[in-house]
Ligand binder design. Structure first.
Ligand code: RP5
Length: 167
């Protein structure tokens, strides 16, 4: 799936269809900001050859940032980073067994030399991964920079407009 008819600039990938409930929040941010992106299930364990192919072809296809979500033994973000120089942002999916601590540590504890920018567990991490991807692209895209500024302004205004948490 691609968000617009434009070629995707961001790849949103996840280890399983079951991760979509979390990762849709990253995609939603990209839709809101008008960032062309694609969404794919790529499993480090169940489809390792596809993982390598995805990472190796990403630059050539015009992908500029990869957002990778995975849960449990969450090897997807790290292995993608091992196979591409693109920035990879990892989203730890909240696992049932260990509440996402396994995902978080699997993604965060990368060896020096192969970076993954690790976000928070779950929805907050997915939202922020979308925002971070947009921030990277906005460095060379003034209209996206404006869209991000407007997003922040709306967020601030929403809080200011509702000061009483009971109403
Ligand atoms: C990981 O295993 C996926 O990222 C997912 O979070 C977890 C469970 O996958 P399913 O068994 O739900 O497909 O690879």
């Amino acid at each position: 799936m691609t968000s617009t008819s434009l070629p995707p600039r961001v790849g949103v990938v996840m280890g399983s269809r079951s991760d979509w409930e979390t990762m849709e929040h990253a995609a939603s941010v990209l839709v809101e900001l008008g960032v062309a992106h694609e969404v794919r299930v790529v499993s480090a364990h169940r489809t390792p050859d596809l993982l390598f192919q995805y990472a190796e072809q990403a630059v050539g296809r015009g992908i500029q940032v990869i957002i990778a979500g995975a849960g449990g033994a969450a090897h997807l973000p790290g292995m993608l980073s091992a196979k591409t120089r693109l920035p990879v942002f990892g989203v730890p999916v909240q696992s049932k067994a260990l509440n996402g601590m396994d995902s978080l540590l699997s993604i965060a504890q990368m060896p020096a030399g192969i970076p993954v920018g690790t976000l928070a567990i779950g929805r907050a991490g997915a939202v922020n991964a979308g925002l971070l991807a947009a921030s990277v692209l906005a460095l060379h895209d003034p209209s996206l920079a404006t869209a991000l500024d407007n997003y922040r302004a709306r967020q601030t205004q929403t809080v200011l407009d509702h000061p009483d948490p009971r109403s």
